[in-house]
Design a protein around this ligand. Structure first.
Ligand code: ADP
Ligand code: GLC
Length: 498
């Protein structure tokens, strides 16, 4: 089966968070199962672009409203990522250094999506599945179904994966002219609460909708930044498929970002060596447990309460642990975290910014990884940390709830607390300090976590089964696995605007 992933991010080309990691890994594992999975993403100005060789595979011209533009599709020459990678070059719109954060992001990502569909519309064949990720690619199911110019693509099955429903790409109806001419009776398929909402549109128009953990799917019916009713209404076509991790990239025995490799047998020494490097570099005390946070410094991640939780922990528990923070985000949180540095007694440090190499060293050298997320659709950090023998300290939500079991429970291995609140985090830190004193138990937990299978194996099979359930019957029969569903593919929800 041929699957086209369309995404704003893909590791190692461009990554702002977990979306990049997932789109950089899932297609590779789909290919390993014998399918043809490809990735299409914008051509940003990245190191990966400069350091690799490309072939031009298509040149086209299309428009968003009365802005006409040329676009070029280039393909990475060697297939080194384990899948065909295509970049869409739109001069002046996409070729910038950052992935997001520009005033014209709406125009940029709309142009990207129109160019992708325009390119696919000239293919001699149709791919089986177009798999779109998050709101930046959320118009594609609508464009394929309802834009007159692309009506011949209508039969292509589309799947949306929601990595984060907090961000929806909402725009004013005044911008509807950006889309290629469409059947105006279908305005409801774009609308949510009197705005154009690309994420809501994709939920309505895609044949299937997935999100990245089962618990997050449940939670979205109660809390999804205004889309709760839509999830309730469309629950029949929604499912939760837990992300895996790229076990080739995230492997402490081969990780190219760390010097001291280790495996489950050598975890104690291996971690100690990486911890030493971190402690030297950030002036921390190697004798104390090292608790780290890696992530976007935003409310979703509970980053705003980190400074208070750290200050309270030092006050109530004493100077019995080190903290090291890596991240960037809200300026006020960055300032508070920088401010704490003045109070450090060789037990606190922060690195504001994005640093892939440092993150790997931190997963390897830390004893504990803190994730007090308010919202966590899946979360990859906790899985990386467990693979590196670092004990996760997570709030019981979304994918964190589905992947971490408290060490106090039967066969448990992490520290789990109920609320993203200073008291709960501090209590978790107290438990970490206690646990750290019991070296045998720490060793046991490390070994246990490192043996957990967080690979993509199971999830990839679930995605393939999901695609098969919507393929036209004769296509499904052509694939290896027997079809298990009913005789006809499920139709996507039809013509409703709520
Ligand atoms: P999200 O996508 O919501 O940010 P995830 O847990 O799915 O959260 O993925 C975050 C990814 O981004 C992980 O690979 C993590 O290591 C990485 N990451 C986040 N912030 C930084 C940073 N400042 N420097 C390096 N890597 C980071
Ligand atoms: C999002 C979510 C995160 C998830 C990632 C990959 O950024 O916030 O929880 O792990 O996407 O699916």
């Amino acid at each position: 089966m041929e699957i086209i992933h369309v995404s704003a991010e893909c590791y190692p080309v461009a990554k702002a968070g977990g979306l990049g990691d997932v789109v950089g890994a899932l297609p590779k594992y789909q290919n390993e199962l014998g399918h043809i999975a490809k990735v299409v993403m914008p051509m940003y100005k990245t190191k990966f672009l400069i350091n690799n060789e490309w072939d031009v595979v298509h040149k086209g011209r299309t428009n968003i409203g009365d802005y006409w533009f040329d676009y070029t599709i280039i393909k990475e020459r060697t297939n080194k990522l384990g899948f065909d990678l295509y970049l869409v070059d739109i001069n002046g719109l996409l070729d910038r250094e950052k992935v997001y954060g520009y005033d014209d992001d709406t125009e940029r990502f709309t142009a990207f999506q129109v160019a992708v569909v325009d390119w696919i519309s000239v293919w001699a064949h149709h791919p089986d599945i177009i798999h779109v990720h998050d709101h930046h690619t959320g118009f594609i199911p609508f464009i394929i179904k309802y834009c007159y110019k692309y009506q011949h693509l209508q039969g292509i099955r589309t799947v949306l994966t929601i990595h984060n429903a907090q961000y929806q790409g909402t725009m004013d109806w005044e911008k509807s002219y950006l889309l290629p001419p469409w059947d105006s009776w279908k305005w409801g398929m774009l609308d949510w609460q009197n705005n154009i909402n690309p994420l809501a549109s994709a939920i309505k128009c895609a044949w299937k909708v997935t999100t990245v953990s089962k618990s997050y799917l449940e939670e979205m019916r109660q809390s999804a930044n205004g889309l709760e009713a839509l999830f309730e209404y469309e629950k029949g076509k929604c499912s939760g498929i837990l992300n895996g991790i790229d076990v080739d990239v995230w492997d402490p025995s081969t990780d190219t970002y760390i010097e001291n490799h280790y495996n489950v047998e050598t975890v104690a020494e291996g971690k100690e060596q990486s911890k030493k490097l971190l402690c030297e570099r950030f002036n921390l005390d190697i004798e104390k447990p090292l608790i780290v946070f890696i992530g976007r410094l935003v409310g979703e991640k509970g980053a705003d309460i980190l400074p208070a939780a750290i200050a309270d922990s030092f006050y109530y528990i004493g100077r019995r642990m080190n903290f090291l923070i890596l991240g960037s985000g809200f300026p006020e949180v960055e300032a508070q975290l920088n401010g704490l540095q003045r109070l450090s007694q060789g037990d606190y440090s922060v690195f504001i910014g994005y640093n892939e190499a440092l993150s790997h060293l931190m997963y390897a050298g830390a004893d504990f990884l803190l994730m007090p997320s308010r919202v966590e659709p899946c979360g990859l950090n906790q899985m990386y940390s467990m693979r590196y023998g670092t004990i996760p300290m997570v709030r019981r939500t979304g994918g964190l709830k589905d992947t971490v079991v408290d060490y106090g429970e039967k066969d448990g291995y992490g520290i789990v607390y109920n609320w993203a609140a200073v008291g709960d985090i501090t209590q978790g830190i107290w438990r970490a300090v206690q646990l750290y004193e019991n070296k045998d138990r720490v060793q046991e937990v490390r070994e246990q976590m490192m043996k957990i299978d967080f690979s993509w194996q199971q999830s990839v099979k679930q995605y393939i089964a999901l695609y098969e359930s919507i393929l036209p019957r004769e296509e499904a029969l052509k694939t290896d696995e027997p079809e298990t569903g009913e005789s006809e593919a499920d139709e996507p929800a039809e013509e409703k605007s709520i």
